[in-house]
Design a protein around this ligand. Sequence first.
Ligand SMILES: [Zn+2]
Length: 59
Amino acid sequence: MAGIKMHHCYHVGCHELLPFEVKYCRKHTINKIRTPEDSKRDKFYNQYKRDKEANSFYQ
Ligand SMILES: [Zn+2]
C-alpha cells in the first residue's frame, strides 16, 4: 500500500475509496460521461419528434 494515496469519491455523500488520480467512482463517472449510445438515442428521439411534427403539419 506504500505510495498509493486513496480518497473518497468526489460525489457528495459517496464514500467509495478510489486511487488518488481517479476523481469519481465508476457509478458516478458513468453519470458524467456521455456514451455513444446516448448520442444515438438523442438522434433517434430528435428524428422521431421532427417526423411527428411534420406529419401533423400535413394533416
Ligand atoms: Zn461515487
